[in-house]
Design a protein around this ligand. Structure first.
Ligand code: BGP
Length: 479
């Protein structure tokens, strides 16, 4: 087993909307995640033509409102992360805690104070905070009143938000990311762009416009951060799903190349290289669009060029395969996108195809392309855990998944890849983004809370907790 570099950032990742709760405390406003119904139909419901972000508690449950109540348990949770030996903890700042409606000019002090406390608690435990500025939790008002990220006003609102939190925390927090899984909007623009069908989510022009606005907003955040602190590191964050051509048919090879450009690379190309890639023309043409159809300014393009990100953060859960001739009909589900079934891989209970070698490939592909440090900021296995009567979970399946992915990272480091860290997703059980349920669990820590919202909220280390503690202690897997 190869050595992980000294100072490697072992840790875990979460997002405010999926764990904090306290959704109306400390002056917090509503976010789009508060309007996502619980249950397996959540994506179907928000994809209805008439969905307009109305929160209807008579009809649906809203598990993100309570999360796992990290708002009141953060000290206990951070203590458990410290017990595992975390070097870093990736979390997001709920925009609506800082600017309840998103369009105010002055931040909400109580919201800022909460993250002062979280950050200080991390630092007191020798845990480096890693902050996602925006993780699927746009203030609801910006989605309802302004129509989400397709509206250029949002650049200004995001800039005000980013400036407020960077000014407040930059001296204590070195690692930041501008937008979670920014490319996920290619398949599902609801969470990342605040766009639903009734506000134009099905019109690709809006999706590209929203991306453009986000790219500019991201560059502005990089600018602010670098002006505040020289050694600050601001990354992009993409959803990376290694993609294979199903076979050697050149038609599938070309389709796979284009799929990689369109999905895995498009956003990162702009954010890392500071310019739209040449294939933008082909990509837009597929939707009968040209670059001139988008509202962009010379000033925007100059900003993109001047303020690229410092590193590439990405989530990696699965790979996919591309087949376009129609000869393979077996399909699988996946992280916001599926594909045809890859006969060489097994899938999780939710149909996500498990592929540790795909992670080594991803790391090589990204490093070859960008030559900037990489950070695996999400990875993990969503599973149904069955605790015993003492609430202990023997999650060998999770250990097995994570072990294989850590081996793949070690392989990539041997290949010469510059990898900064690893923060497995949902290090403590939290509300699933896609199912809106607790029963799809990723954590090293079991939280006693079920899909109906019943439970004591008590926290219990799983078997994987002790295993990961050992991994971190040895700076990688023990021989
Ligand atoms: C990513 C998101 C996370 C998280 C994770 C697991 O796409 O960045 O917010 O939820 O996937 O997804 P799920 O909860 O749907 O299993």
């Amino acid at each position: 087993m190869s050595e992980f570099p000294e100072g490697f950032l072992w840790g875990g990742a979460t997002a405010a909307n999926q764990l904090e709760g306290g959704y109306q405390e400390g002056g917090r406003g509503l976010s789009i995640a508060d309007a996502l119904p619980g249950g397996k139909d959540r994506f179907k419901i928000v994809s209805q033509p008439d969905f307009d972000w109305t929160i209807d508690t008579d009809k649906y449950t809203y598990p993100n409102h309570e999360g796992i109540d990290f708002y009141h348990h953060y000290k206990e949770d951070i203590a458990l992360f410290a017990e595992m030996g975390f070097k870093c903890y990736r979390f997001s700042i709920a925009w609506s805690r800082i600017f309840p409606n998103g369009d105010e000019t002055q931040p909400n002090e109580a919201g800022l104070k909460f993250y002062d406390d979280v950050i200080d608690e991390c630092l007191a435990n020798n845990i480096e905070p890693v902050i996602t500025i925006s993780h699927y939790e746009l203030p609801l008002n910006l989605a309802k009143r302004y129509g989400g990220w397709k509206n250029r006003y949002l650049i200004e609102f995001y800039e005000t938000f980013a400036r407020a939190i960077l000014t407040r925390y930059a001296s204590k927090v070195k690692y930041w990311m501008t937008f979670n899984e920014i490319n996920s909007a290619a398949h599902f623009p609801v969470m990342g762009q605040g766009l639903v069908p009734s506000t134009g989510a099905n019109d690709k022009k809006n999706v590209f416009q929203a991306w453009h606005n986000q790219f500019v907003a991201s560059a502005k955040a990089v600018k602010i951060a670098h002006e505040l602190r020289k050694d600050i590191q601001v990354g992009c964050m993409i959803l990376y799903a290694t993609s294979y051509a199903y076979d050697s048919n050149p038609v599938n090879q070309l389709a796979n190349l284009q799929h990689n450009q369109d999905f895995n690379f498009f956003c990162a190309d702009v954010q890392v290289r500071g310019a739209y890639p040449t294939y933008t023309k082909r990509l837009l043409a597929e939707y009968a669009l040209t670059f001139d159809d988008l509202e962009t300014t010379d000033g925007d393009l100059a900003l993109l060029q001047q303020y690229p990100v410092d590193y590439i953060g990405f989530s990696y859960y699965m790979s996919s395969a591309v087949e376009t001739t129609g000869s393979v009909t077996d399909t699988v589900a996946g992280n916001l996108m599926g594909g045809v079934k890859n006969p060489f891989l097994k899938a999780s209970d939710w149909g996500w195809q498990i592929d540790p070698i795909g992670l080594r490939i991803a790391l090589n592909e990204l490093y070859d392309r960008y030559q900037k440090p990489l950070f695996v900021v999400e990875n993990g296995l969503g599973a149904i855990d069955k605790p015993d009567k003492n609430f202990y979970v023997e999650d060998d399946y999770r250990i097995d998944y994570l072990k294989q992915h850590i081996e793949a990272m070690a392989g990539a480091i041997d290949d010469g890849v510059d990898l900064m860290g690893y923060t497995p997703w949902g290090c403590i059980d939290l509300v699933s983004a896609s199912t809106g349920e607790m029963s799809k669990r990723y954590g090293f820590i079991y939280v006693d809370l079920d899909d109906q919202g019943h439970g004591t909220l008590a926290r219990y280390p799983k078997k994987s907790f002790y295993w990961y503690q050992d991994v971190i202690k040895h700076n990688g897997l023990a021989e």
